[in-house]
Design a protein around this ligand. Structure first.
Ligand code: HEM
Length: 405
C-alpha cells in the first residue's frame, strides 16, 4: 500500500535490461523523491544517499530480520544468520562471524594474498591476452577465500555457482530467483554437512564457528547459517569488484596512469571502484515502527529496498557521480553497507583488491579491451561474465618507445 505523499514507479528494476543498465532507472527514482513506491515489486525504494545512509544507520527502526531479501520465503529461510538478525542477537552472531576478520586477525593473511597477487600478475603478464573475470577476478578470491574460511578441499567445486544463486535469491520472485532456489538449498545442505561432520580446516574461520557451537554460544541452526555467512557473500562480491576494476581501468587509461604514478592511491581507488560499480546493488530493511523519512510517512512493517548502487551515484552527494576518478575521496561510499550490518568481510576484500591492483601497477602500463565485455545478469550482484583484455607492460612500452626513436 502506498501512502499518498510517496511517488510511485511502474517499471520493473529486475528485467535483464534494467539489471545491465540500472543507472538511468536509479536517476529517475532519485529525482522522484527520497522514498518511492515500486509498483512491480510492492515495496519502497530508498534511492538517495542521505536517506539510504540514515536508514542503514538506524538499525533499531529499520530491521534486517524478515527484510534483507525481497520475498517472504527467502527471508524466512535466512532466519538465524548474521545478516538477517537484529539487536542483541545480531551483535552476538556478528562477534562470532567477524571475530576472525578484524584487522588484527587479518594481518597474517596479507602476505599470503600479496604473494598470490604477485603470482597472478606475472601469470597474466605472461599470457598477454586473457579474460579479466576468470583469470584475475575469480582466480584470486578462489585461491584465497576457501582456504582462509577453512572449507574442505574436496567440496569446493560448486562455490561460484552457489554464490551467484544466493544473490539471485535475494531478488523479487522472478524466474532468476525461482531457478536459484534449488542451488541455494544445495549450498545450505553443504553447510549443514560440514557442520555435522566437523569437516573444516584447522585454525580457520569455520573452525572458530564450530568452536562457538561446542561452547554452546550458538544453536545448531545458527552454526549452519554462520557458515553460510562465509560461503555465500565472500566470493561473488570481490569477483565483481575486481572485474569492474579492470574494465574501468581499460575504459579510463588515464586513471590507471594516475594509480601507477602514485600507488598510495590504491586504497582510495578501491573505494571509488566500489562506489562506481557497487557490487551488491540493493538489499532490504523493514520498518519496526511508523516512521518518517524526509517527509515520506511509512507504517510499521513496510518493506524497503535500499539502493546502495543508486546512493553511490547520487548527484546530491557526489560531484560528477558518473565519472570514475581514483583521486576522489569516496570513503563514504555505501557499497560495503553502513552501520551495524556493514560488511563483516570488507577487510579481507580490501586486502585482496588492493594487493592485486598494487601488483598490477608494477607490471602493467595499460589494459586494452580486445572484445565486447559480457555482463552477468543477477538479481543482486553487478558483475561481468567476461572482460577480454590485452595488457601492455613496461617492457612493451619500452620496446615501443625505442622503436619510435
Ligand atoms: C567487494 C567485496 C564485498 C562487498 C561489496 C560486500 C558488500 C556487503 C554489504 C553491502 C553488506 C551489508 C548487508 C546489509 O546492509 O544488510 C555486507 C555484509 C556482510 N558481508 Fe560483505 N561484501 C564484500 C565481501 C565480503 C567478504 C569477502 C566476506 C567474508 C569473508 C563478507 C561477509 C559479509 C558478512 C558476514 C556480512 C553480514 C554482516 C552483518 O550482517 O553484520 N563480505 N557485505
Amino acid at each position: 500500500m502506498t501512502t499518498t505523499n510517496i511517488p510511485s514507479y511502474a517499471l520493473d528494476l529486475f528485467t535483464d535490461e534494467a539489471i545491465v543498465e540500472p543507472y538511468e532507472h536509479y536517476r529517475v527514482l532519485r529525482d522522484m523523491g527520497p522514498v518511492v513506491w515500486l509498483e512491480r515489486h510492492q515495496m519502497y525504494a530508498v534511492p538517495r544517499y542521505a536517506e539510504a545512509r540514515a536508514v542503514l544507520g538506524d538499525d533499531a527502526v529499520f530491521r534486517s530480520g524478515n527484510a534483507v531479501a525481497m520475498t517472504d520465503a527467502v527471508n524466512a529461510a535466512m532466519q538465524g544468520g548474521t545478516i538477517a538478525s537484529d539487536g542483541d542477537v545480531h551483535a552476538h552472531l556478528r562477534r562470532v562471524v567477524a571475530g576472525g576478520l578484524t584487522p588484527r586477525a587479518l594481518r597474517p593473511i596479507r602476505e599470503t594474498v600479496e604473494a598470490r597477487a604477485a603470482e597472478l600478475s606475472s601469470h597474466v603478464v605472461g599470457l598477454g591476452s586473457f579474460d579479466a573475470v576468470t583469470d584475475l577476478a575469480q582466480a584470486l578470491p578462489l585461491s584465497i577465500v576457501p582456504d582462509f574460511v577453512g572449507l574442505p578441499m574436496n567440496r569446493r567445486g560448486r562455490l561460484l555457482e552457489w554464490a551467484s544463486a544466493n544473490f539471485d535469491a535475494m531478488g523479487p520472485a522472478n524466474e532468476r530467483c525461482v531457478a536459484s532456489l534449488p542451488k541455494v538449498t544445495e549450498m545450505t545442505d553443504f553447510a549443514a554437512e560440514i557442520v555435522n561432520a566437523g569437516d573444516v580446516l584447522p585454525g580457520t574461520l569455520a573452525e572458530r564457528v564450530l568452536q562457538a557451537a561446542e561452547r554452546g554460544e550458538i544453536t545448531e541452526h545458527q552454526t549452519v547459517r554462520l557458515m553460510l555467512a562465509y560461503v555465500a557473500p565472500s566470493l561473488d562480491t570481490t569477483i565483481s569488484a575486481i572485474g569492474s576494476a579492470i574494465y574501468l581501468f581499460a575504459q579510463n587509461p588515464e586513471q590507471w596512469q594516475i594509480l601507477r604514478e602514485d600507488p598510495s592511491l590504491v586504497p582510495a581507488a578501491v573505494n571509488e571502484i566500489v562506489r562506481f560499480e557497487t557490487p551488491i546493488r540493493a538489499l532490504g530493511r523493514r520498518a519496526a515502527t511508523d516512521v518518517d523519512i524526509s517527509g515520506a510517512s511509512l507504517n510499521a512493517g513496510d518493506h524497503l529496498l535500499i539502493l546502495y548502487a543508486s546512493a553511490n551515484r547520487d548527484e546530491r552527494q557526489w560531484d560528477r557521480p558518473d565519472s570514475f576518478d581514483v583521486t576522489r575521496n569516496a570513503a563514504g561510499q555505501l557499497g560495503f553497507g553502513y552501520g551495524a550490518h556493514s560488511c563483516g568481510g570488507q577487510g579481507l576484500a580490501r586486502i585482496e583488491i588492493e594487493s592485486l591492483l598494487l601488483a598490477l601497477t608494477q607490471r602493467v602500463s595499460r589494459f586494452v579491451l580486445t572484445g565486447e565485455p559480457v555482463r552477468a545478469v543477477n538479481n543482486a550482484i553487478r558483475a561481468f561474465r567476461s572482460v577480454p583484455v590485452r595488457i601492455e607492460t613496461n617492457t612493451t612500452n619500452e620496446t615501443k618507445g625505442s622503436r619510435g626513436k
